[in-house]
Design a protein around this ligand. Sequence first.
Ligand SMILES: NC(=O)c1ccc[n+]([C@@H]2O[C@H](COP(=O)([O-])OP(=O)(O)OC[C@H]3O[C@@H](n4cnc5c(N)ncnc54)[C@H](OP(=O)(O)O)[C@@H]3O)[C@@H](O)[C@H]2O)c1
Length: 349
Amino acid sequence: MLKEMERTVKNDPVVAIAGVTGAVGAEFIATMDRRGFPVRKLKALASARSAGKTIDFRGERIVIEELNEHSFDGVNIALFSAGSGISKKFAPIAVKAGAVVVDNSSAFRMDPNVPLVIPEINAGRIRDHKGIIANPNCAAITALVPLWPIHRQNRIKRIIIATYQAASGAGAAAMEELVESTRANLDCKICTPKVMPHPYAFNLFNHNTAVDPETGYNDEETKVIKETRKIFEDDNIAVGVTCVRVPVLRAHCEAITFECEKPITEAEVRSILATAPGVKIVDDRAKNYFPMPIDASGQDDVLVGRIRKDLSDASGHSISMFVAADQLLKGAALNAIQIAELLPERVMA
Ligand SMILES: NC(=O)c1ccc[n+]([C@@H]2O[C@H](COP(=O)([O-])OP(=O)(O)OC[C@H]3O[C@@H](n4cnc5c(N)ncnc54)[C@H](OP(=O)(O)O)[C@@H]3O)[C@@H](O)[C@H]2O)c1
């Protein structure tokens, strides 16, 4: 028995987390622990600001190291969540050192050589990787997990999404700004925004990414449109999206309307989603109980409710619904760990 345990541990991968001190980094640690992800050794990487601090992992105190060119020597799986600039620079170095990278940033998502994976949809694409696998945008994951099983049965031609995105999607500093500015507001004090472009407490605003002066779309919206087409492998799917930041600490919500090729009923959608992986129906009209960020936070599923016929489409091809998901989990850390669980590198030869 002891021999068996020793063999198993010896075969477990060395895992590095780049961005371990961030909002996603913390969820990598918690998710690996919760799901019993095998780890022989964990390398905790962040900026020089965090070097020398410690994190706890499975009862062990691990010293955080500054990310550098040698950080990935001997690493089998590298999880990146330190921003796209860091991914662009260090992911190729990690691959060269022999690691498989699962990247949370947008750096490689639209690279034709990089699989963009939501395991419930296209786990099969993982095997095409050439060292890097990209985790999709969190707003895209939240919409696509429930839309995919419908799309498979009755092709979706057109999707219209409005997002209600939480502070946590912009990282730990944005969450802090929301808490601090809310406290300041209640105390009738002035709090000048430092992380977000506008006052966050008791307010909402266009997503804090750059707006294309030509199209009027912000970067987040462009990501959702392009990534939907890549993940669904359908260049003709029409996607219209409006991304908005709301003063919610954690978990994104989205109002989604979709139009199918053939007529579709509310009952059909309910029946498809009842058994869809990664989806939980929360849809109680009598109690007015539907998906909410507080229920989505800290759990793995995309909550789906308010499933109803889109009355603006008399042809009966369109359905509206409202979804909520913890974008630090399914939108980031959980999705990446699910990908890592499917890698052969998870168990070393
Ligand atoms: N938040 C989400 O829901 C979400 C969802 C999907 C994807 N993502 C992506 O995941 C990445 C991280 O997001 P986050 O929300 O976790 O951000 P965050 O809370 O701001 O954390 C950023 C992390 O990156 C590290 N970092 C920054 N500069 C670095 C450098 N020069 N060298 C090494 N490490 C550095 C930070 O380390 P220090 O603490 O030492 O500064 C920290 O660990 C981003 O690319 C983001 O787009 C986030």
